[in-house]
Design a protein around this ligand. Structure first.
Ligand code: M6R
Length: 607
């Protein structure tokens, strides 16, 4: 969480810092700030405030700061409330810095070095600014090296020293920093999406290395203070971004992009009529020699794991566990060298997922990362990577990341089924035909979004809602409920329909909104009888049902939305688009900030 940026250039950087902070705002948006070295007055000027980058921009417009070297920050609060004082940058003596991460032992450091008297904020970060200032002897790299030896926790620190104008220093542990040459200088940021068309190559700052950013050079030093050659990677996705285009929110734009990005994720893995993972570099023995699979991820990505598990058990007849990444290493998971661990992450930076992966590898497991952001920490830590290539996802609520992760998992499962003898040629062929029809199925739902908008209107006043379904439908409802919760703030729970009468049905009363999904033909009758149970308690029922399923009691539903008839294994895709749209319209019509829901951040880099 928290977005950080630094520029040293030939022209003034204030506006560029503000623009880049806007691109990074999805990482946190409690408060924002910048610090610029003003050449005329030979001093660092700080502007910061609680609120959005737009508030900071207003503040800067009142009294602009001239200068060609500066740093910026957009915050997701961890230590200390949301207020001007706790906003970054923090300045102590000759040191100004911004930080992403958590310093676990900041109180110990503060007390041990007697720094308390110098602090204005309640943050862990300011303690580090004070520590670096205390150690500062005119040698920035030596000072930073000395200071970070005392720090426990994760950090990306971007630092300016008053007596080193025009130079920015950075160091990190776990929390990411990338650096790049721009046309007229150099920059660094928390992620590649922030490079915003200013660079075509970037480098990932290696952990515990110190980077010096000069106007004409990016210098990297290892832990022994030896200069090392930075390794630059091509930026091969569009970071120029045409903003939200004709859409009011990124979320809608990203929902609408799904047919295209799903197609890309699948087509690149279907070669000459067969599923091929050759471009991913995944060797066949990795998929044939494993005896069990463990999937670990967080939030939406974990829901992809649950759907994948259902499919894997069904098709591959393998033992699959899906674990919360945040619980993984504390649950003593059963892992050995025969276990294939699959980690799923859009950002590739979620710290719980990263730590789970590291733990699994220490136990001898082989790993595949299903990742969107190239060169991210999880991608670099995984034995093999399957990229989802969804392009930048800016809205905090995941949409196209979810469906492309699913698409990649389906390709992986299809390939495993062929290699492990679960699919013969004709089964592979029909599976591929199904995969190639997914985009059209999703498009079908998107084309009828005004119908979903109508359904959403009935949820605007709701305080609670329930979602019910069975089998694969249940896994997508978990994701649908998360979407509705996180952006509309309606308390929503997804239930496996058969579980309701073991407790939760007590909450269903007259007009309680219940959303049911029925796409699985083999369990349709059981599902419909569970639906009747809530209907008879007065629930206000909305049904998402495959168009080839007959309904005898259509009139008993508040709404019925027909989903395109597809192979049962694939209907999860159009359902997910429908539930994303439902959450989107409820949030928008409630007048909420759809892309930036309260208390959340897109990239969760703290445990
Ligand atoms: O970047 P990741 O996929 O690792 O993020 C994991 C979760 O934080 C994320 O899926 C989150 O649940 C979604 N943004 C919710 O829509």
């Amino acid at each position: 969480m928290c977005g950080i940026v630094g520029y040293t250039a030939r022209k003034d950087v204030e506006n560029r810092i503000l623009n880049t902070l806007e691109l990074l705002e999805y990482r946190g948006y409690d408060s924002a700030g910048l610090a610029i070295y003003n050449e005329k007055f030979q001093q660092v000027v700080v502007r910061k405030c609680a609120g959005r980058v737009s508030d900071l921009r207003e503040k800067c417009q009142e009294v602009p700061v001239a200068g060609t070297c500066g740093i910026g920050h957009t915050r997701w609060a961890t230590h200390g409330g949301v207020c001007d004082e706790n906003a970054h940058p923090h300045r102590c003596g000759r040191v100004t810095l911004v930080h992403n991460g958590i310093i676990e032992n900041y109180e110990e450091i503060r007390d041990h070095f007697g720094l308390g008297g110098e602090l204005i904020s309640e943050t862990d970060t300011e303690v580090i600014a004070a520590l670096i200032d205390k150690f500062y002897d005119g040698r920035p790299r030596a000072t930073i090296s000395r200071a970070i030896k005392y720090i426990k926790g994760t950090f990306a620190l971007v630092i300016m020293f008053d007596d080193k104008p025009g130079v920015i220093y950075a160091v990190r542990n776990v929390s990411p920093i990338v650096a790049a040459y721009t046309g007229d200088g150099t920059m660094l940021a928390s992620d590649v999406a922030a490079l915003g068309g200013q660079a075509d190559k970037y480098m990932v700052v290696p952990e515990y290395h110190i980077v010096e950013l000069h106007q004409n050079a990016i210098l990297v030093y290892d832990e022994k203070d030896q200069k090392v050659k930075p390794e630059f990677l091509e930026i091969d996705w569009d970071t120029t971004r045409d903003g939200k285009g004709r859409y009011p929110f990124y979320m809608e734009k990203e929902i609408m992009e799904q047919p295209e990005v799903i197609k890309n994720a699948l087509c690149s893995r279907i070669v000459d009529g067969h599923i091929s993972l050759e471009t991913d570099g995944i060797p066949d023995p990795l998929l044939t020699d494993c005896s069990r699979i463990v999937i670990t991820a967080c939030g939406t990505a974990r829901h992809v794991g649950l759907a994948s598990k259902a499919l894997m058990q069904n098709i591959l007849r393998m033992h699959v566990d899906v674990e919360y990444a945040s619980e993984f290493m504390y649950s003593n998971p059963v892992i050995d060298e025969k276990t294939l661990v699959i980690v799923i992450s859009q950002s590739g930076e979620t710290i719980d997922t990263l730590e789970a992966l590291k733990y699994a590898r220490r136990q001898g497991a082989r790993s595949i990362g299903v990742i969107n952001v190239k060169g991210s920490s999880i991608a670099r830590e995984s034995d093999y990577v399957m990229y989802t290539a969804a392009g930048p996802e800016i809205a905090v609520a995941s949409t196209k990341a979810y469906t492309t992760q699913l698409a990649v998992m389906y390709a992986l499962i299809g390939r495993m089924a062929v290699l492990r003898g679960n699919f013969d040629e004709s089964q592979e062929k029909s599976f591929i035909e199904g995969l190639l029809g997914i985009s059209a199925g999703v498009q079908n739902v998107l084309d009828r979004r005004t119908d979903i908008h109508r359904i959403a209107r009935d949820l605007l006043e709701a305080k609670d809602a329930f979602m019910i379904g069975r089998g694969l439908d249940y896994t997508i409802l978990l994701e649908g409920a998360l979407k509705l919760k996180e952006i509309s703030y309606i308390h929503t729970e997804a239930y496996a329909s058969g579980e309701l009468k073991h407790g939760t049905i007590a909450l269903i009363t007259e007009n309680t909104p219940v959303i049911a999904v029925v796409t699985q033909h083999d369990i349709k009758e059981k599902e419909l009888s569970n639906i009747r149970e809530v209907q008879s308690r007065g629930a206000q029922l909305t049904l998402f049902v495959s168009e080839d399923m007959e309904l005898s009691d259509q009139e008993k539903y508040s709404h019925v939305f027909r989903l395109p008839a597809m192979d049962d294994r694939l209907s999860i895709f159009p359902v997910s688009a429908a539930l994303q749209l439902l959450a989107y319209y409820v949030s928008m019509d409630r007048g909420l900030d759809v892309d930036k829901p309260r208390n959340l951040a897109k990239v969760v880099t703290v445990e």
